[in-house]
Design a protein around this ligand. Structure first.
Ligand SMILES: NC(=O)c1ccc[n+]([C@@H]2O[C@H](COP(=O)([O-])OP(=O)(O)OC[C@H]3O[C@@H](n4cnc5c(N)ncnc54)[C@H](O)[C@@H]3O)[C@@H](O)[C@H]2O)c1
Length: 238
């Protein structure tokens, strides 16, 4: 596959290494200083673009990919206010867009466990639920996109909760997410159910960025030749 990378930071560089190991070619690398390359033949000839930039820049990059008719796989978090527009572009204009708040296969197994546990806990109101996420100090958004996905999946399955809040809960119906930024932590997520007599915690610890990068390259392989708004559930079919 001919891959264009948009964003050549920590994730972009890790994705490059993994894509090359899997036999793909990197035909274009666009970062903050060379946006004119969106008009290059190399970019326009890519089979897929993998985008990992910033919450403020991702949406504009998606539009550039759509204009060039290059399918996009993106892991940038913190841009979800534009999701309806992206879904419309996919549905009405036949564009291809694959998004995951977390591309790690392990985290997606964790998502499945989280949903299952929330369904069980819906029947046990003596347990309250809270969440914690820990990331490196360079992360721009909080809570993490992964924590938001976990919280939303709990909300879908637990009748006694109706929204998530960052830090302190204001009402018993809130799920509090405690976000910690320290060192170079690649990502830790914990969901805890606490009662008067015990607590149950499920947690996922990423050991490096490689799990995210590998998932993004596998998603790019999957998205090639497909149309529409795609995600990990389409690919992994749990
Ligand atoms: N979905 C996942 O699995 C996953 C995993 C890790 C990180 N992330 C997210 O991916 C994003 C990037 O993470 P990172 O650790 O690589 O960050 P980073 O800061 O190391 O890299 C971001 C890169 O984007 C570049 N950039 C900024 N504006 C740009 C623009 N307009 N066009 C092109 N490039 C631009 C920066 O110069 C930088 O090189 C963040 O939103 C992070 O939360 C997602």
């Amino acid at each position: 596959m001919k891959i264009a990378l948009i964003g050549y930071g920590k994730m972009g560089k890790t994705i490059e290494q993994i894509a090359l190991k899997r036999g793909h070619q990197i035909v274009s690398i666009i970062d903050i200083n060379n946006p004119e390359d969106f008009n290059s033949d190399a970019f326009r000839g890519a089979d897929v673009a993998i985008e990992f930039t910033t919450p403020a820049t991702a949406f504009n990059n998606y539009m550039k990919c759509f204009e060039a008719n290059v399918p996009v796989v993106s892991g940038t978090t913190g841009w979800l206010e534009h999701i309806t527009e992206i879904k419309e572009k996919c549905e009405k204009e036949g564009k291809t867009f694959f998004y995951a708040s977390n591309f790690s296969i392990g985290v997606n197994i964790f998502f499945a466990l989280n949903k299952y546990l929330a369904k069980i806990m819906n029947r046990f109101p003596s347990y309250d639920v809270k969440m914690e996420e820990v990331h490196h100090i360079h992360k721009l958004d909080a809570p993490s996109g992964t924590a938001i996905t976990l919280a939303e999946e709990i909300l879908e399955n637990m009748e006694r909760k109706d929204r998530w809040t960052l830090e302190s809960p204001e009402k018993p119906t809130d799920i509090a997410i405690h976000a910690i930024r320290e060192g170079e932590v690649p990502g830790i997520h914990k969901v805890t159910y606490d009662s008067d007599v015990d607590y149950i915690t499920i947690e996922h610890h990423a050991k490096s960025r490689e799990g995210f990068a590998l998932g993004a390259v596998i998603a790019a392989e999957y998205a090639c030749g497909k149309k529409g708004f795609l995600g990990m559930e389409d690919m992994l079919k749990f």
